[in-house]
Design a protein around this ligand. Structure first.
Ligand code: MG
Length: 278
Protein backbone atom coordinates (compact mmCIF):
# COMPACT_ATOMS: atom_id res chain seq x y z
CA UNK A 1 0.00 0.00 0.00
CA UNK A 2 1.28 3.46 -0.92
CA UNK A 3 0.60 6.60 1.10
CA UNK A 4 1.81 10.18 0.54
CA UNK A 5 2.49 12.70 3.30
CA UNK A 6 3.32 16.31 2.44
CA UNK A 7 5.87 17.76 4.83
CA UNK A 8 5.89 21.56 4.78
CA UNK A 9 8.66 22.14 7.31
CA UNK A 10 12.02 20.47 7.36
CA UNK A 11 12.00 17.70 9.95
CA UNK A 12 14.48 18.56 12.67
CA UNK A 13 15.75 15.00 12.98
CA UNK A 14 16.11 14.37 9.26
CA UNK A 15 19.58 15.75 8.99
CA UNK A 16 23.03 14.58 8.18
CA UNK A 17 26.46 16.13 8.16
CA UNK A 18 25.98 17.63 4.73
CA UNK A 19 22.61 19.15 5.48
CA UNK A 20 24.20 22.16 7.13
CA UNK A 21 25.47 23.15 3.69
CA UNK A 22 22.18 22.34 1.93
CA UNK A 23 19.58 25.13 1.71
CA UNK A 24 16.31 24.05 3.35
CA UNK A 25 13.56 23.11 0.91
CA UNK A 26 10.09 24.53 1.58
CA UNK A 27 8.20 21.33 0.86
CA UNK A 28 8.82 17.63 0.44
CA UNK A 29 6.59 14.63 0.08
CA UNK A 30 7.18 11.55 2.20
CA UNK A 31 6.04 8.32 0.60
CA UNK A 32 5.17 5.26 2.67
CA UNK A 33 5.12 1.88 0.94
CA UNK A 34 4.33 -1.23 2.98
CA UNK A 35 5.30 0.57 6.17
CA UNK A 36 8.61 1.90 4.82
CA UNK A 37 8.79 5.72 4.89
CA UNK A 38 11.01 7.37 2.29
CA UNK A 39 10.91 9.68 -0.68
CA UNK A 40 10.04 9.48 -4.36
CA UNK A 41 10.12 13.25 -4.95
CA UNK A 42 13.93 13.01 -4.93
CA UNK A 43 16.17 12.72 -8.01
CA UNK A 44 16.89 9.32 -9.50
CA UNK A 45 20.22 7.69 -8.71
CA UNK A 46 22.65 7.93 -11.67
CA UNK A 47 21.85 4.35 -12.72
CA UNK A 48 18.20 5.38 -13.09
CA UNK A 49 16.76 2.54 -11.03
CA UNK A 50 15.66 4.20 -7.80
CA UNK A 51 14.99 7.58 -6.31
CA UNK A 52 17.35 8.68 -3.53
CA UNK A 53 15.84 7.19 -0.29
CA UNK A 54 13.25 5.28 -2.33
CA UNK A 55 10.88 3.24 -0.09
CA UNK A 56 10.23 0.86 -2.99
CA UNK A 57 13.89 -0.20 -3.19
CA UNK A 58 14.31 -3.77 -1.91
CA UNK A 59 15.61 -4.00 1.65
CA UNK A 60 18.74 -6.00 2.50
CA UNK A 61 18.09 -9.53 3.69
CA UNK A 62 18.22 -9.95 7.46
CA UNK A 63 21.12 -12.11 8.64
CA UNK A 64 21.51 -12.98 12.32
CA UNK A 65 25.20 -12.54 13.11
CA UNK A 66 27.21 -15.10 15.06
CA UNK A 67 29.89 -14.40 17.63
CA UNK A 68 32.59 -12.35 15.93
CA UNK A 69 36.28 -12.68 16.51
CA UNK A 70 36.77 -8.95 16.24
CA UNK A 71 34.66 -7.87 19.21
CA UNK A 72 36.95 -5.82 21.46
CA UNK A 73 39.87 -6.59 19.18
CA UNK A 74 43.21 -5.44 20.55
CA UNK A 75 44.70 -2.78 18.25
CA UNK A 76 47.60 -3.96 16.09
CA UNK A 77 51.03 -2.41 16.71
CA UNK A 78 50.75 0.27 14.01
CA UNK A 79 47.22 1.40 14.96
CA UNK A 80 46.22 4.92 15.93
CA UNK A 81 43.89 4.43 18.90
CA UNK A 82 40.99 6.87 18.66
CA UNK A 83 39.12 5.76 21.78
CA UNK A 84 40.25 3.33 24.45
CA UNK A 85 37.64 4.12 27.09
CA UNK A 86 39.64 6.81 28.85
CA UNK A 87 39.21 10.22 27.23
CA UNK A 88 38.20 12.23 24.15
CA UNK A 89 41.68 13.58 23.47
CA UNK A 90 41.61 12.26 19.89
CA UNK A 91 38.36 14.13 19.11
CA UNK A 92 37.09 17.68 18.61
CA UNK A 93 33.66 19.22 18.25
CA UNK A 94 33.12 19.53 14.50
CA UNK A 95 31.35 22.86 14.55
CA UNK A 96 33.45 24.82 17.01
CA UNK A 97 36.76 22.99 16.77
CA UNK A 98 36.79 22.99 20.58
CA UNK A 99 36.49 20.11 23.00
CA UNK A 100 34.22 17.24 21.92
CA UNK A 101 30.91 17.44 23.79
CA UNK A 102 30.25 13.69 23.87
CA UNK A 103 30.27 12.03 27.29
CA UNK A 104 32.21 9.10 28.69
CA UNK A 105 30.28 6.73 30.92
CA UNK A 106 31.98 3.65 32.37
CA UNK A 107 34.56 3.51 29.57
CA UNK A 108 31.99 4.10 26.84
CA UNK A 109 31.74 7.18 24.63
CA UNK A 110 28.15 8.44 24.14
CA UNK A 111 27.06 10.76 21.34
CA UNK A 112 25.67 14.16 22.37
CA UNK A 113 25.31 17.77 21.24
CA UNK A 114 27.05 17.63 17.85
CA UNK A 115 29.23 15.77 15.37
CA UNK A 116 32.82 15.06 16.39
CA UNK A 117 35.96 14.85 14.25
CA UNK A 118 39.38 13.39 14.90
CA UNK A 119 42.31 15.65 15.69
CA UNK A 120 44.34 13.63 13.17
CA UNK A 121 43.69 13.56 9.45
CA UNK A 122 43.49 10.35 7.44
CA UNK A 123 43.32 9.16 3.85
CA UNK A 124 43.11 5.40 3.33
CA UNK A 125 42.35 3.63 6.59
CA UNK A 126 41.46 0.32 8.11
CA UNK A 127 38.94 1.08 10.86
CA UNK A 128 37.71 -0.94 13.81
CA UNK A 129 34.77 0.47 15.79
CA UNK A 130 32.20 -0.95 18.19
CA UNK A 131 28.81 0.66 18.83
CA UNK A 132 25.65 0.00 20.83
CA UNK A 133 22.16 1.28 20.12
CA UNK A 134 20.10 2.70 23.01
CA UNK A 135 17.54 0.53 24.73
CA UNK A 136 14.62 0.66 24.97
CA UNK A 137 14.45 1.95 21.39
CA UNK A 138 12.69 5.25 20.78
CA UNK A 139 11.06 6.60 17.63
CA UNK A 140 11.23 4.79 14.31
CA UNK A 141 12.81 4.91 10.86
CA UNK A 142 15.72 7.36 10.63
CA UNK A 143 14.92 8.66 14.11
CA UNK A 144 15.93 5.42 15.86
CA UNK A 145 19.53 5.34 17.04
CA UNK A 146 20.92 7.29 14.10
CA UNK A 147 24.64 8.07 13.94
CA UNK A 148 27.23 7.34 11.29
CA UNK A 149 30.88 7.05 10.43
CA UNK A 150 31.99 9.72 7.96
CA UNK A 151 35.30 8.82 6.36
CA UNK A 152 37.21 12.04 5.64
CA UNK A 153 34.20 13.78 7.18
CA UNK A 154 32.41 13.28 3.85
CA UNK A 155 31.63 9.64 3.05
CA UNK A 156 29.19 7.94 5.42
CA UNK A 157 28.55 4.37 6.36
CA UNK A 158 25.30 4.49 8.27
CA UNK A 159 24.74 3.60 11.91
CA UNK A 160 21.07 3.13 12.79
CA UNK A 161 19.06 0.80 14.99
CA UNK A 162 17.85 -1.44 12.16
CA UNK A 163 16.77 -4.33 14.35
CA UNK A 164 13.08 -4.67 13.46
CA UNK A 165 12.95 -1.05 12.30
CA UNK A 166 11.69 -0.20 8.84
CA UNK A 167 13.31 2.55 6.79
CA UNK A 168 14.37 3.10 3.19
CA UNK A 169 17.03 0.72 1.87
CA UNK A 170 19.79 3.28 1.32
CA UNK A 171 19.40 4.50 4.91
CA UNK A 172 19.95 1.22 6.77
CA UNK A 173 23.03 0.37 8.82
CA UNK A 174 25.84 -0.87 6.60
CA UNK A 175 24.64 1.28 3.73
CA UNK A 176 26.50 4.10 2.02
CA UNK A 177 23.80 6.55 3.00
CA UNK A 178 21.64 7.71 0.11
CA UNK A 179 23.64 5.62 -2.38
CA UNK A 180 24.22 1.90 -1.86
CA UNK A 181 22.25 -0.28 0.58
CA UNK A 182 24.06 -2.87 2.66
CA UNK A 183 24.47 -6.36 1.20
CA UNK A 184 22.82 -7.69 4.38
CA UNK A 185 21.15 -6.41 7.52
CA UNK A 186 23.33 -7.94 10.24
CA UNK A 187 22.30 -5.62 13.06
CA UNK A 188 22.18 -6.87 16.61
CA UNK A 189 19.32 -5.88 18.95
CA UNK A 190 19.56 -2.53 20.74
CA UNK A 191 21.58 -2.81 23.95
CA UNK A 192 24.05 -5.29 22.40
CA UNK A 193 27.46 -4.31 21.03
CA UNK A 194 28.02 -4.37 17.29
CA UNK A 195 31.35 -4.35 15.47
CA UNK A 196 32.30 -2.58 12.28
CA UNK A 197 35.52 -3.44 10.46
CA UNK A 198 36.03 -1.21 7.44
CA UNK A 199 38.60 -0.74 4.69
CA UNK A 200 38.26 2.73 3.22
CA UNK A 201 40.16 3.86 0.14
CA UNK A 202 40.24 7.62 -0.27
CA UNK A 203 39.30 9.15 -3.63
CA UNK A 204 42.14 10.40 -5.80
CA UNK A 205 42.06 13.72 -7.66
CA UNK A 206 44.54 15.05 -10.19
CA UNK A 207 46.26 18.43 -9.96
CA UNK A 208 43.31 20.07 -11.71
CA UNK A 209 40.86 18.62 -9.19
CA UNK A 210 39.49 16.02 -11.60
CA UNK A 211 38.44 12.73 -10.03
CA UNK A 212 40.89 9.95 -10.91
CA UNK A 213 39.37 7.22 -8.74
CA UNK A 214 36.38 7.28 -6.39
CA UNK A 215 36.30 6.45 -2.70
CA UNK A 216 35.77 2.75 -2.02
CA UNK A 217 34.54 0.91 1.03
CA UNK A 218 34.71 -2.69 2.10
CA UNK A 219 33.01 -3.35 5.41
CA UNK A 220 31.82 -6.09 7.71
CA UNK A 221 29.18 -5.58 10.39
CA UNK A 222 29.26 -8.22 13.11
CA UNK A 223 31.34 -10.45 10.86
CA UNK A 224 28.98 -10.22 7.89
CA UNK A 225 30.05 -8.45 4.68
CA UNK A 226 27.88 -5.39 4.13
CA UNK A 227 29.98 -3.63 1.45
CA UNK A 228 32.50 -5.17 -0.95
CA UNK A 229 34.83 -2.64 -2.59
CA UNK A 230 31.82 -0.45 -3.25
CA UNK A 231 32.49 2.92 -4.90
CA UNK A 232 30.89 6.01 -3.38
CA UNK A 233 29.03 8.18 -5.87
CA UNK A 234 30.45 11.16 -4.04
CA UNK A 235 30.15 12.84 -0.67
CA UNK A 236 27.12 11.75 1.35
CA UNK A 237 24.10 13.98 1.11
CA UNK A 238 20.41 13.96 1.98
CA UNK A 239 17.70 13.75 -0.71
CA UNK A 240 20.20 14.36 -3.51
CA UNK A 241 22.72 11.99 -5.15
CA UNK A 242 26.30 12.10 -3.91
CA UNK A 243 28.82 14.12 -5.90
CA UNK A 244 32.56 14.74 -5.75
CA UNK A 245 34.45 17.94 -5.14
CA UNK A 246 38.24 17.85 -4.98
CA UNK A 247 39.64 17.90 -1.45
CA UNK A 248 42.81 17.25 0.51
CA UNK A 249 44.40 13.79 0.49
CA UNK A 250 43.86 13.50 4.25
CA UNK A 251 40.94 14.80 6.30
CA UNK A 252 39.56 14.07 9.80
CA UNK A 253 37.28 11.10 10.39
CA UNK A 254 33.88 12.17 11.77
CA UNK A 255 31.14 10.55 13.87
CA UNK A 256 27.61 11.84 13.54
CA UNK A 257 25.29 13.08 16.27
CA UNK A 258 21.70 12.76 15.07
CA UNK A 259 19.73 13.58 18.25
CA UNK A 260 20.18 10.01 19.53
CA UNK A 261 22.51 8.74 22.25
CA UNK A 262 24.57 6.03 20.60
CA UNK A 263 27.44 4.41 22.53
CA UNK A 264 30.93 3.70 21.15
CA UNK A 265 34.00 1.83 22.36
CA UNK A 266 37.30 0.42 21.08
CA UNK A 267 37.91 2.63 18.05
CA UNK A 268 41.20 2.40 16.18
CA UNK A 269 42.53 2.89 12.69
CA UNK A 270 45.56 1.80 10.71
CA UNK A 271 46.62 4.85 8.76
CA UNK A 272 48.37 3.27 5.80
CA UNK A 273 48.03 3.50 2.02
CA UNK A 274 45.71 0.71 0.94
CA UNK A 275 46.32 0.90 -2.81
CA UNK A 276 49.24 -0.81 -4.51
CA UNK A 277 50.40 2.02 -6.71
CA UNK A 278 53.31 1.54 -9.15
MG1 MG B 1 23.51 8.66 9.94
Amino acid sequence: MKKLIIITALAATATNLALAQTPPKPKMIETIIDGVAGFQDTPMEPDGKWHVHDPARPLPVVVTPGNTFSAQATPPSDAVVLFDGKDLSQWRDKKSGGDAQWTIDDGVMVSAKGDIVTTNKFGDIQLHLEFREPTPPKESGQGRGNSGIYFMGLYEIQILDCYINKTYADGLTGGLYGQHPALANSCRPPGEWSTYDCIFTAPRFDADGKLISPAYLTATLNGVVVQNHQAYRGATNWRVPGSYSAHAAELPLALQYHNNSVSFRNIWVRNVPLVNEP
